[in-house]
Ligand binder design. Structure first.
Ligand code: UVW
Length: 339
């Protein structure tokens, strides 16, 4: 990768103009846009907006559990579930099964009468319902709070901003905005930018407010279209037309103290550029790099949304920690909403 041609391949290279300190942070490099949270929770912070959820917010969120209803917001981890073509399908491989026990094997011979099955899962950490780690995205070599993108290596994983840093995060008040139902639709229109106006109107119609530390879930309804897509439609064709969160929400997310944002689409934001002059995936850069605001993708919000429409309660306890995966750049998870 040559610095004369950012993003492209070149045989030439020159050192960057910035330096990197012993703390792994860039000096004299990318300056975050406003709004940003760099330094807000200290120079070493790697939790970002999850700092907005403290004991007080968790206790209050626990008080939202009234009926005991539980909703899994996870897609099945399965080869036919939606994912980018660049991410290999999940592969569940049996390592030891009941058949081995019944037919007989050296293992079973060594433990007469005791029988077991186990298996192995291989999948991209972003290959299903997921959180993006704060280290998932960098801009001009920098990540959230000024950490250098070079802290992540193929062999070493994320030495800063890995998903393991947030293993005790994402437990608090969840608020659902059903952008599709609010418009009287099963699914938001293709390529619709879900902006501040629509979010505010839906929240008002749903009778729920946003409080600092809330995790905001926005349902577009687009996920259901995957299962009924025309034959031959590639994942890329399907994803390209996704409705998504508009970049005009960036100051709004910051002002409301949203601590995480998850959607039922592939990239949270629109994949068609709203403004061709702007940087690529502007919401990813603003949330993950500037604000330290974690993004969740491919969340299945349909059952929860149907229940919210039925009982009128769009707030709940959300318990959605990632796997304890040292150096991981994302994590699959089974988010649970409790009402
Ligand atoms: C990228 O933006 C590259 O991936 P994702 O949509 O999983 O965050």
């Amino acid at each position: 990768m040559g610095r004369e041609n950012p993003g492209g391949y070149s045989t030439s290279w020159r050192p960057p103009e910035y330096t990197v300190g012993d703390d792994g942070k860039v000096v004299g490099g990318y300056a975050p846009r406003e709004p940003n949270n760099w330094g807000r929770w200290g120079p070493e912070d790697q939790l970002g907006t999850q700092n907005l959820i403290g004991p007080e917010q968790r206790v209050a969120a626990a008080g939202l559990v009234r009926s005991g209803k539980v909703f899994s917001l996870a897609l099945p981890i399965a080869p036919d579930a939606p994912s980018l073509s660049s991410r290999p399908r999940p592969l569940l491989t049996p390592l030891m099964t009941g058949s081995d026990a019944v037919v007989g094997s050296p293992y079973n011979e060594a433990a007469p009468g005791f029988q077991w099955s186990d298996d192995m899962l291989q999948m991209p950490t972003q290959g299903s319902t997921q959180w993006d780690a704060l280290g998932h995205v960098m801009f001009e070599d920098s990540m959230y709070n000024g950490f250098w993108g070079g802290n992540t290596t193929t062999l070493g994983g994320a030495r800063a901003l890995g998903i393991d840093r947030q293993r005790e995060s994402f437990v608090g008040r969840g608020v659902l905005v059903d952008a599709a139902r609010h418009q009287g639709l099963d699914c938001c229109p293709d390529e619709q930018g879900i902006g501040v106006e629509l979010l505010d109107a839906a929240l008002a119609a749903q009778g729920v407010d946003l409080r600092s530390g809330d995790m905001l879930l926005v349902r577009t309804g687009y996920l259901a279209k995957w299962w009924t897509r025309p034959e031959g439609m590639t994942p890329e064709d399907y994803f390209a037309r996704t409705p998504g969160i508009s970049k005009d929400t960036i100051p709004w997310l910051h002002e409301h103290g949203v601590s995480a944002l998850a959607c039922d689409n592939i990239g949270v934001e629109l994949l068609v550029p709203e403004d061709p002059e702007d940087r690529v995936l502007p919401l990813h850069v603003a949330c993950l790099v500037d604000l330290g605001l974690t993004l969740g993708e491919l969340w299945d919000l349909d059952a929860l949304a149907a229940d919210c429409a039925a009982d009128g309660a769009y707030e709940f306890l959300l318990c959605a920690p990632p796997l304890h995966l040292p150096g991981g750049l994302g994590s699959p998870l089974n988010p649970i909403a409790l009402k």
